[in-house]
Design a protein around this ligand. Structure first.
Ligand SMILES: *[C@@H]1O[C@H](CO)[C@@H](O)[C@H](O)[C@H]1NC(C)=O
Ligand SMILES: *[C@@H]1O[C@H](CO)[C@@H](O)[C@H](O)[C@H]1NC(C)=O
Ligand SMILES: *[C@@H]1O[C@H](CO)[C@@H](O)[C@H](O)[C@H]1NC(C)=O
Ligand SMILES: *[C@@H]1O[C@H](CO)[C@@H](O)[C@H](O)[C@H]1NC(C)=O
Ligand SMILES: *[C@@H]1O[C@H](CO)[C@@H](O)[C@H](O)[C@H]1NC(C)=O
Ligand SMILES: *[C@@H]1O[C@H](CO)[C@@H](O)[C@H](O)[C@H]1NC(C)=O
Ligand SMILES: *[C@@H]1O[C@H](CO)[C@@H](O)[C@H](O)[C@H]1NC(C)=O
Ligand SMILES: *[C@@H]1O[C@H](CO)[C@@H](O)[C@H](O)[C@H]1NC(C)=O
Length: 599
């Protein structure tokens, strides 16, 4: 029995290893829907322009969208500047010049929406007008005030926050984390806050060469890599900075968190030529585009995400990666583009829904529209040609173990290395055991067979009993599978009583400081550690489309637990088997702070 289980476990580890090893093969999947853009750049320009005008028409006299979150308008401003930048024109300059003061009136120093600073930086680059730079600096300074500095970490305190700060987690300083909520009691350092501040700093450095911004961007990047990455290089949503919260993290993942990190790295890597940043960038892009959490087999993002798309455009345009990966990214963007124009809109309405697989929506929504605009504008400059193999590293990246830079993430780094080594080892052992087992079985007919990883008669400690006929071991797979399915169903059924993230967002003024929803990840020594298992599990969350306010980041990524066992399930099962009792099936989506309350 034990032996059968071990055998089965080894099999899963081998499968997992194969998955990890192939995850960085930058060959576009053959199941991707329409990667080639067949319409001309001129047509693309017209489509984007019409969608942009549609959105601008909906701005009110305060240059905001009625009843929508404050961040939505900022996202549109950056797209207007981006559009002009693309065509070397000044069509929207005067409009933007009037918008920024209005937006700052609505909220002093654009507090907690760094997208305004990012938009102002784009406008500064597009129009070379110092006024925009001033707005960008105002926004950056407000972000900086909510970012943990070395001093804050040393003194374990922070202005505007009412609790003692953790100075480090897993031995790594918390400096560089940005709070996205101005509530003095809200202790979560979220990917959205830190990532937005990262791309603002990176864009400002690119625009001004001011070293202060490079240092800030580097700090944000190091923080995200150290504290928010899981072992699969997917960016998790948040970590608590409260001293007594034991560094609790949320393993929830959203495509936009990956997007923000990718864009920051694409900009920084191109400036510093730092190979470890480039390698981390490749691993992160690979992880973001090959998972089945926010995109289907067809490659289409289930809920549109301009941040991920912008990030991939930054990767494409900054040209710091291998041509294989550049072509991969281009194809992925082509998939999104074709999906958006074919499935997210209808009747030449110039109105786009947030579901990029349809059905189209007939009602304008600023969130929905700006997500689509990300790809409508971005795809204009995509070439139709395959980029030739001329870049520095033109071969597909090697397995992920070698792709992790010497970054400050012992947990994920060791996790992957251990995973890979263990995987390869297990695969060899598995094959060896099978061959040995069958040989022995043939000769001695069901006598106990021993098999060890380092030779058939070596070290007793490492010996593994293989008493189960292979057929029996194999037959335990469906049993586990069905167990898993029940579990998944149980999780899904618990959903209705749980507020979705968007509901929590919409609950203005309601602060969720209860940390019980946060999951504490186990320490760095866990083999194939927890995050592996947790994060790939599609979280059962509802998408509530009824909401029309407080929905800055509504792109709740809905998992798609199908009937076939996914890698996530496989991995979860493996974890259960290796660490019995560690997996809990009543994990709930974490509480999410309402960032815009109280003002
Ligand atoms: C791009 O290439 C595809 C096939 O290779 C072709 O069908 C399409 O017309 C091309 N598009 C443009 C804009 O040249
Ligand atoms: C952009 O336009 C300006 C003036 O219209 C011109 O001087 C400049 O050379 C153009 N730049 C590019 C890259 O086309
Ligand atoms: C942690 O400390 C804060 C105040 O500093 C308190 O409100 C909170 O209840 C504490 N949490 C736990 C789990 O002890
Ligand atoms: C660099 O940016 C920082 C932050 O905005 C500012 O305080 C500093 O004066 C700038 N330095 C230069 C040389 O412009
Ligand atoms: C970025 O941070 C890393 C790790 O702390 C450090 O080694 C590197 O010198 C920094 N780079 C810059 C440009 O500040
Ligand atoms: C990075 O590489 C580019 C092109 O290879 C080069 O132009 C640039 O000067 C390099 N930057 C640094 C900081 O080395
Ligand atoms: C936004 O898009 C979603 C999905 O396409 C759609 O269900 C929703 O109704 C749209 N929002 C509005 C206000 O129409
Ligand atoms: C498109 O037009 C058809 C026919 O008038 C209508 O039934 C459908 O609802 C329209 N779709 C949208 C998204 O407006």
């Amino acid at each position: 029995m034990l032996a059968g289980r071990t055998l089965a476990s080894m099999f899963y580890i081998s499968v997992l290893w194969i998955f990890v090893a192939t995850a960085q093969d930058f060959t576009p999947s053959s199941s991707w829907r329409k990667p080639t853009i067949t319409i001309s750049p001129e047509q693309r320009e017209n489509i984007a322009s019409a969608a942009l005008e549609e959105a601008i028409d909906h701005l009110n006299s305060a240059a905001q969208f009625d009843g929508e979150s404050y961040g939505s308008a900022g996202a549109l401003y950056s797209q207007m500047a981006e559009f002009d930048l693309l065509f070397n024109q000044t069509k929207y300059r005067d409009q933007l010049k009037s918008y920024f003061p209005l937006a700052e009136q609505a909220r002093s120093s654009f507090l907690d929406e760094f997208v305004y600073g990012y938009a102002a930086t784009k406008a500064y680059v597009a129009y070379k007008d110092e006024e925009f730079l001033t707005y960008a600096e105002i926004s950056w300074n407000s972000g900086n005030e909510y970012t943990l500095s070395d001093d804050n970490v040393a003194s374990q305190s922070m202005p505007f926050k009412n609790f003692p700060i953790s100075s480090s987690c897993q031995g790594i300083s918390m400096a560089g984390g940005t709070f996205h909520s101005t509530d003095p009691n809200d202790a979560t350092l979220v990917g959205l806050g830190t990532g937005s501040f990262l791309i603002l700093s990176a864009a400002l450095y690119e625009a001004t060469n001011n070293q202060t911004y490079l240092e800030a961007a580097n700090k944000s990047l190091n923080f995200i890599h150290a504290h928010l990455y899981n072992v699969q290089n997917v960016v998790q949503d948040q970590i608590s900075a409260m001293q007594n919260a034991s560094c609790s993290t949320s393993n929830t993942i959203f495509s936009y968190n990956a997007g923000l990190m990718i864009e920051g790295m694409a900009i920084l890597a191109s400036i510093t030529n730092d190979t470890s940043t480039q390698q981390l960038l490749e691993s992160t892009v690979s992880a973001a585009l090959s998972n089945d959490i926010w995109q289907g087999q067809d490659g289409v993002l289930r809920t549109g995400d301009a941040k991920l798309v912008n990030a991939l455009m930054a990767v494409y345009n900054h040209n710091t990666i291998s041509s294989a990966m550049q072509n991969y990214v281009k194809d992925y963007l082509g998939v999104q583009y074709n999906a958006v124009i074919e499935m997210a809109t209808e009747n030449n309405s110039n109105i786009y829904g947030s579901s990029w697989i349809g059905p189209p929506s007939s009602k304008f929504d600023s969130f929905n529209q700006t997500q689509a605009l990300g790809v409508l504008i971005g795809a204009i400059s995509l070439t139709n040609d395959t980029i030739p193999n001329s870049s520095p590293t033109s071969s597909p990246a090697s397995p992920s173990a070698t792709n992790i830079p010497p970054g400050p993430k012992p947990q994920s780094k060791s996790g992957i290395i251990i995973g890979s080594i263990l995987g390869s080892l297990a695969f060899v052992v598995f094959l060896g055991c099978m061959i040995w087992f069958f040989l022995k079985r043939k000769h001695h007919n069901q006598r106990d067979v021993q098999c060890s990883p380092f030779g058939l008669d070596s070290d007793q400690d490492l010996q593994v009993q293989t008493q189960l006929p292979l057929s029996q071991a194999a037959s335990s797979i469906p049993a586990i599978h069905s167990h898993l399915k029940t579990q998944t169903t149980a999780m899904s059924q618990s959903t209705p009583s749980q507020p979705s993230l968007s509901q929590q967002h919409a609950r203005k003024g309601h602060q969720t400081t209860d940390s019980s929803g946060l999951l504490h990840l186990s320490g760095p020594s866990v083999l194939l550690s927890q995050p592996h298992l947790d994060t790939m599990i599609p979280l059962p969350m509802q998408v509530n489309n009824q909401e029309t306010s407080g929905q800055l980041e509504r792109n709740i990524q809905r998992g798609n637990p199908g009937n076939n066992m996914t890698t996530a399930e496989l991995v979860q099962m493996l974890n259960e088997r290796l660490q019995p009792g560690q997996w809990t099936d009543d994990e709930q989506p974490p509480e999410y702070p309402e960032s815009s309350s109280g003002r």
